[in-house]
Design a protein around this ligand. Structure first.
Ligand SMILES: Nc1ncnc2c1ncn2[C@@H]1O[C@H](COP(=O)(O)OP(=O)(O)OP(=O)(O)O)[C@@H](O)[C@H]1O
Ligand SMILES: [Mg+2]
Length: 340
């Protein structure tokens, strides 16, 4: 692990803006040193606000406290928090060169010229942008700009790296590539990182732990695996993937859900329920079937079977008991999470 990596602890942090908008309800969050946390949630749920509070760009409401390691940082100014930041809009200096952008924070920190040169070369190599060192920012593509923004944030060897939807402005294939690069980079550097996204596959790919937020609250904190397979409520289940309501009622106190990929198509009448195919979407590696099983909602099933499914066909389905997601109906309202 990176020796300079910082642990973070937020206690009772809330945010009410001047106009009365309560962007964050009081929340607690602990991030381990070197961990990558992803804040995931719909637009307006408070992700950026939380990030800005951690950065010191925004003050928490009275009563909230922020610790880096064991040190209380609540009223420490942003420049003294040693944070690297990358935002969706790059925020690079457009009329400076790539190199000038990358060394900007190092000059402010008054590093010696040789140290600056060494760090610059290291960053250019790490981001594979050596050939672009002397280009102006406005002469770069979106993906190249994003690499420069990352290089600039990492160059100062921050204790904490904050990334707010850094890939949203890019096209899908570039986003995929940069996502893997960022994932490798974060693991290699071991910097404590908090990454904001509303893209669930980005969250799954990058996070050690995902923090799912809704309406200014933390709804669930867990590993990507837990969030996907053991969602705390229907909101989380839906937000990180597709989910179906099981047509059979097993227990009135539980709502039973299952994911489209967890269904087995079996011999007619041999399954747990029967359905008719309403539509077939062939996706190459799998087919997505939309089914009518006489229930108020359609059911979605993903299958890799090499069978020529057709609209109107009747099929029978089985879901293994351990694949069922059972939610206590009383747990299904808005939830807050207390951290252990
Ligand atoms: N300066 C402000 N004054 C008043 N309300 C604000 C201010 N900044 C944000 N908000 C409100 O606070 C809530 C949370 O905003 P925030 O930007 O944190 O959401 P977000 O989760 O980052 O959303 P997105 O995914 O769209 O970026 C929203 O309802 C937003 O309108
Ligand atoms: Mg935001």
């Amino acid at each position: 692990m990176n020796p300079t990596a910082t642990s973070i602890k937020l206690t009772n942090c809330a945010k009410t803006f001047a106009d009365g908008t309560q962007a964050l309800k009081p929340l607690n969050l602990t991030v381990k040193a070197g961990e990558t946390i992803v804040l995931l949630g719909p637009s307006g749920c408070g992700k950026t606000t939380l990030l800005r509070i951690i950065a010191g760009l925004e003050a928490t409401d009275q009563g909230g406290e922020i610790y880096f390691n064991q040190q209380n940082m609540t009223s420490i100014a942003i420049e003294k928090r040693n944070i690297g930041m990358v935002f969706q809009s790059y925020a690079l200096f457009p009329n400076m060169s790539v190199a000038q952008n990358i060394v900007y924070g190092l000059k402010i920190r008054k590093l010696k010229p040789q140290a600056i040169k060494r760090r610059l070369d290291e960053m250019l190599e790490m981001m594979q942008i050596e050939a672009l060192a002397h280009r102006r920012i406005d002469q770069l593509s979106g993906g190249q700009r994003q690499r420069v923004a990352l290089a600039r944030a990492i160059a100062v060897r921050p204790n904490l790296l904050l990334l707010d939807e850094p890939l949203t402005a890019l096209d899908a294939s570039l986003r995929d590539r940069l996502r893997s690069e960022i994932s490798e980079l974060l693991q290699k550097l071991g910097i404590t990182s908090i990454y904001v996204t509303h893209d669930q596959s980005e969250a799954m790919a990058l996070a050690d732990r995902i923090v799912v937020m809704d309406k200014g609250r933390i709804v669930q904190i867990g590993s990507p695996y837990d969030i996907y397979h053991r969602p705390k409520n229907e909101f989380v289940a839906n937000f990180v993937g597709n989910v179906n309501h099981h047509p059979n009622v097993f227990d009135a106190n539980y709502l039973t859900l299952f994911r489209p990929e967890d269904v087995e198509i079996v011999e007619p009448t041999k399954g747990d329920f029967e359905a008719k195919i309403i539509s077939v979407l062939f996706l190459g590696d799998k087919s997505r079937l939309t089914l009518d099983c006489g229930f108020k909602k359609s059911i979605y099933v993903d299958t890799t079977l090499r069978q020529n499914f057709k609209t109107g066909m009747k099929i029978s389905m089985h879901v293994e008991a351990e694949r069922l997601i059972k939610l206590k109906t009383t747990d299904n309202g808005p939830a807050t999470v207390k951290e252990s």
